[in-house]
Structures are given as C-alpha cells and as structure tokens.
Ligand binder design. Sequence first.
Ligand code: NAD
Ligand code: ZN
Length: 361
Amino acid sequence: MATDYIFEGWLGHSPEAVKGKMEWGAFEPKKWEEDDVDIQVTHCGICGSDLHTLRSGWGETPYPCCVGHEIVGKAVRVGSNVKDIKVGDRVGVGAQARSCLQPDCPECSEGMENHCPRGNVNTYGSVYPNGEGKSYGGYADYNRTNSHFVFKIPDGLSSEAAAPMLCGGITVFSPLKHNGCGPGKKVGIVGVGGLGHFGVLFAKALGADKVVGISRRISKKDAVLALGADAYIATEDDKDWDKTNARTLDLIICTVSSSNMPLSQYLSLLKVNGSFIQVGAPDGGNLPPINAFTLIGGGIKVGGSAIGSPADIKIMLDLAVEKKVTPWVETRPLSEANQAIIDLEQGKARYRYVLVNEKHA
Ligand SMILES: NC(=O)c1ccc[n+]([C@@H]2O[C@H](COP(=O)([O-])OP(=O)(O)OC[C@H]3O[C@@H](n4cnc5c(N)ncnc54)[C@H](O)[C@@H]3O)[C@@H](O)[C@H]2O)c1
Ligand SMILES: [Zn+2]
C-alpha cells in the first residue's frame, strides 16, 4: 500500500486561531505502530470542543494544534495487528484516540475506555506517552489513530451523517442509554446546538415517551419540534417556565457550556429520583453553585458523562441505521474551515457543520 502521502491540515498556533486564524500546514503524526490505521479524511464535523481547544479555554493547548474529532474517510494503511479493518474501508474516529487497554485497568477491561485514567489520548491536542508524538485531528488530509478507536461506518449511513455522531452523537447517546432513557420516560435536552439536536434525535430513537427541547429563545421552537421533540421550553421567552414545568422530567441532559446558566431552575424540572447529566464543558470548568436543599428537597441526582465507549459507539451507529436517525447537517468545504468556526461561534449552525475535504470526497 502506498504510504507516500503527507499529513497536512488547518493548524491553530495561538488562541487567536478561534477567530478564524488557523493556517494550513504540515504536521508530524504519531509514530506508526502496527495497531494503527491511516485514514484519508473525507469528512469532519465541527464540535464545540474544537473552539474551546483552539482558544485554550480548557488550559493551555499544545500548539500547533489541528482540531476535529468527528472524522470519516477511507482507510489507506492498516497495521498488521489490525483484524477487522481493510484498506479501502469507510471508517471513522471520534474524540478518543487511545486508552491504556491493559487487562488490569478496571475501566478498559469493563468497556469504559472513555473513562480510562491512564494513557488516555484525545484525538487532538494530546501528547502520546512513550515519545510517539502529538495527536492531530481531522481538519486535515490524513489522520492516524489506533484501530481500537477506529470504527467501520455502516452502509446505511452517509459520511456526513456519521461523522458528527462520532463525538456529538455519542456524547448524548451514552448518558441517555446509561440513565434509563426509553419507553415510559420523559426526557429534557438543554441547549439545542450540535449535541442537543442529537439529544432530541437519540432520545426519540431510544423510545422515550416525551422529549422536551429546552433552549433560550422561542425562535428555535418550530425547528426543534420538526426534529422530533414533543415540546419546547424557551427559558428567556416563556414566563414562569420553571414553575409551569416543575417536576415533569425523569432525565435531563445538559449540553450548555455557560458558567451562568440557570442550573437551579433546570434542576427544578426533575421529578423525585430524576437525574441531571452535564455534558457541556465550560471554559475554566466551573458550573453555577448548587444549593444542597435543591438536591435534598427534590431527591435528585447530578452527574456528568464523557463521550462514550467504543462499544457504545458501535451500538449507536447500528441504532442510527435501524431507526433512520437523520442529523441536520450543513456541509462546508474544508478550505473554508476558518469561516465555519466563526459561524459556529456566532450560533449560525443548524445544527452541525461538517467539513468536506474537496480533494478526497
Ligand atoms: N462531555 C463530553 O464528552 C463532550 C463531548 C463533546 C462536546 N462537549 C461539550 O459540549 C458543549 C456543547 O457542544 P456543541 O458541539 O453542541 O456546541 P454548539 O455550539 O453546537 O451548541 C451549544 C448550544 O448551546 C446553546 N447555548 C449556549 N448558552 C446557552 C444557555 N445559557 N442556555 C441555553 N442554551 C445555550 C447555544 O446557543 C448552542 O445552540 C461544548 O462545551 C463542548 O465542548 C462535551
Ligand atoms: Zn466533540
């Protein structure tokens, strides 16, 4: 197989990159190992995390950094240890590129690689252990990732639909699945952006009785109902929304990453024994304070969730085919990635931008 391609992509060199200042350039992928797959990238979704990382919102990013962790493309080089992927297969990579995968790791050996506390490497902006290099994401021509975190894309899914599922989709699918979303349950999704729109789609696909989209303005109502939500709450436009809807939901998934969101009011929407799962990740990490009596009096639980395991990603992709889950995607040329991140920051995406690599698609 030919291995004479070069790794090039959009590189952020400083926090200014988030203002549309990424520059095209070459990068050195991780050192090749026989567990790896090289992917000729055709599609890459734009996740809110790309913006946090470009601006060093979660701590100093190791620039230069090529973001993008919703990658789909063609396998062009496959290591000799890799069993289930062939050259030519259509494959994808999400937000995780490595975990320790050791038999004595409770998380890895029990299918929770996404929570592995040692040797975890993000698809971009991480440093591999043992001098293998840095990780670089999918706003690029090629990507190199350990095959444990490379997924075959089922025939029933288009590449532009599958790409954003690999981070945006799994990040809501996993907490929905693990917190009882299904028949008989009423589920709220707070923040209807990329993740939130997947929250509505997957809560319906999992069979929830009622799915409520919760966002700030009334202007998104028709679109969110068209996505499949049964009801909509506009927290800045509906008067007394928290009182009218108090104790109506079994589960809330919150995708908002603002440190001053009305958290106590969101919690008041939960029934006794209800769960609130935070997936939005604010710059700096802080959420608004929670009053103990809100938790005690309401008998509610607050938790968090990180992306999803490889096993859950496969289950999600199969469910998406079976239930014909169709994300609302707007494709943008990879050459215009800088404008696309500006537009996402300004809230223009409806609901996920997917970059298409004109050279390979
Ligand atoms: N937990 C994880 O593993 C994980 C994985 C992926 C992304 N994330 C994080 O999730 C967050 C959302 O990512 P995304 O890709 O959906 O971003 P996005 O920009 O597509 O969507 C965010 C949405 O939240 C809305 N919003 C912002 N402030 C709000 C507020 N105060 N009230 C209600 N809505 C508000 C915005 O209008 C937007 O629609 C980001 O912080 C991202 O880093 C976490
Ligand atoms: Zn992401």
